[in-house]
Design a protein. Structure first.
Lengths: 251, 245
């Protein structure tokens, strides 16, 4: 029964959807029937259009995400090591953090044009902070007692990083990855709605312009499903780490 | 081998405006190869003393000097520190935890051999692939002792190493520790709140109160010591008199 609880609402919505669309209460144009959406999906799939858009969006997210990781995590480590730098950066970081990446889009279009650089920059901006802040707080919360122990066995700075700090902050880092991925997925679709010629966001916008509501629905379902699947994967990883950290914590 | 000269240590902590004098002029000399037990009520500054000697904490005043066989000032080559809790890294096995302590140690034996010997001496060889959470408190503290001892320290500092163990485990490990220390000849400072343990292990017992020494008592007895011998009981009574005066 527990497994079914989350499914009750979707099934209910689907039933209402079917009922509404077959009774002709609402026009096909506003709410196409599930069958129509499904056939649109199959059609897009057969013509390789759906795969192309998914691949484009995915490529952007993975590229932006990788760049964000390779900036945010080293920077968090650097700041952890040098608390003095943190004081200088604190205001600037807070300021940028409070600015939604999409608010920067007009400026970014001006600077970067509407090519790939724009989309990837938006993803980096969206992903950077959850990753950076979670890594930093993870590092700061590593058990001080373990760090002291590492000092008494004379580990070097890098050995402490590798054997104590990184493993100790892994749950936090993975939480940051999860949040970052969620943010970047949402920001990407936003960016593709504003300026793109491919990608899931573009597919929705294009279909809306051509009055293909069924394709819009396909896009929404695909975006939601991928977002959910990624989140599920990250949650699994986090559960694993927290499990293994908590039992370690008892010592 | 190393002797330690502790000179007039002072350390004050401030907690919400009130000052706590953890150490208030602590002075003592610990001879080369000697095992010194430090006893005193909770909060008298024992842990702070060990943390300053090990370099984890800086004193406000005073100093800790290390002296080698030739009476020259020196630095300990290696300090072995055993905390009250095992402080094992939860993500490494027992064997890896101990190996990590040997990262920068040069030795004629291979690291593998040293670790295996250590594991065998402490009776945890069969647990070498276990993770800390899979160990009992006694096993984990053995691993933590192993981590300190495998470094072949010239100074061993132990902060109530058996304090969190149940009575039976404690009794066993206490006698194993006596064996190890008697064989090794390492200069050792043992903090304990157990008077019997202090006398069983120490050549000298330092009684601390409010961050300074109130009394030093020599224990001129051979190992193994009999807890029920007249000498032992006499020393114990003297010790208790000072602690509960
Ligand atoms: N980091 C610290 N901050 C504030 N007070 C401390 C700190 N460390 C120790 N103290 C205080 O100093 C006193 C001595 O502590 P400690 O050396 O741990 O005593 P013991 O080990 O003998 O029980 C205690 O009153 C303790 O509360
Ligand atoms: Mg203490």
């Amino acid at each position: 029964m527990e497994y079914f609880k989350p499914l009750i609402l979707p099934i209910l919505i689907l039933s209402i959807w079917i009922a509404v669309s077959y009774n002709g209460i609402v026009s096909e144009y506003l709410i196409p029937s599930p069958a129509k959406v499904l056939s649109a999906a199959v059609d897009l799939y057969k013509r390789d259009i759906l795969q192309k858009h998914i691949a484009t969006s995915m490529w952007r997210v993975i590229t932006g995400f990788s760049i964000a990781i390779s900036i945010a995590i080293p920077l968090a480590i650097l700041l952890y090591w040098s608390r003095r730098i943190e004081k200088y950066l604190s205001f600037m970081l807070e300021f940028i953090r409070s600015t939604p990446p999409l608010a920067l889009v007009p400026l970014l279009i001006l600077w970067l044009g509407i090519g790939e650089a724009l989309k990837i920059t938006i993803i980096i901006l969206a992903t950077f902070f959850p990753l950076f802040l979670n890594t930093l707080s993870g590092l700061k919360n590593v058990d001080k007692k373990l760090i002291e122990m590492a000092n008494t066995i004379e580990l070097t700075k890098w050995e402490k990083l590798l054997f104590v700090l990184i493993p100790g902050s892994l749950p936090s880092i993975v939480t940051g990855l999860r949040l970052g991925f969620g943010y970047s997925w949402r920001a990407l679709i936003g960016a593709e709605l504003i300026a793109a010629s491919a990608g899931l966001g573009y597919m929705i916008l294009d279909a809306e312009a051509l009055a293909q509501t069924d394709v819009v629905f396909v896009g929404i379902v695909v975006i939601g499903t991928f977002g959910y699947l990624f989140d599920l994967i990250f949650r699994r990883i986090i559960n694993y780490f927290f499990f293994y950290m908590n039992i370690g914590e008892q010592l | 081998m190393i002797s330690v000269s502790i000179r007039d240590l002072k350390k004050t902590f401030y907690v919400k405006g009130t000052e706590i004098k953890a150490l208030n002029g602590f002075t003592s000399d610990i001879e080369n190869g000697e095992t010194v037990s430090i006893v005193g009520h909770s909060g008298c500054g024992k842990t702070t003393l060990l943390r300053i000697i090990s370099g984890l904490e800086k004193p406000d005043e005073g100093q800790v000097l290390f002296i080698d066989e030739n009476k020259n000032y020196t630095k300990p080559k290696r300090i072995g520190m055993v905390f009250q809790e095992p402080r094992l890294l939860p993500w490494l096995t027992v064997e890896k935890n101990i190996m990590l302590a040997l990262k920068h140690i040069e030795h004629s034996l291979s690291i593998k051999e040293i670790v295996n010997n250590t594991l065998k001496v402490l009776g945890i060889y069969n647990f070498r692939d276990a993770y800390p959470h899979q160990l009992s408190g006694g096993m984990a503290q053995r691993a933590s002792l192993g981590r300190a001892l495998c470094r072949q320290p010239d100074l061993l500092l132990m902060d109530e190493p058996l304090g969190s163990l149940d009575a039976l485990t404690r009794h066993r490990l206490r006698h194993e520790l006596i064996d190890i220390l008697a064989k090794s000849n390492i200069t050792t400072i043992l903090v304990t709140h157990d008077v019997t343990e202090a006398i069983l292990l120490g050549n000298k017992i330092i009684i601390v109160e409010s961050g300074r020494i109130v009394q030093e008592i020599k224990v001129p007895m051979q190992h193994p010591r009999d807890e029920n011998s007249i000498d032992f009981i006499r020393i114990k009574n003297t010790l208790l008199k000072y602690i509960f005066k």
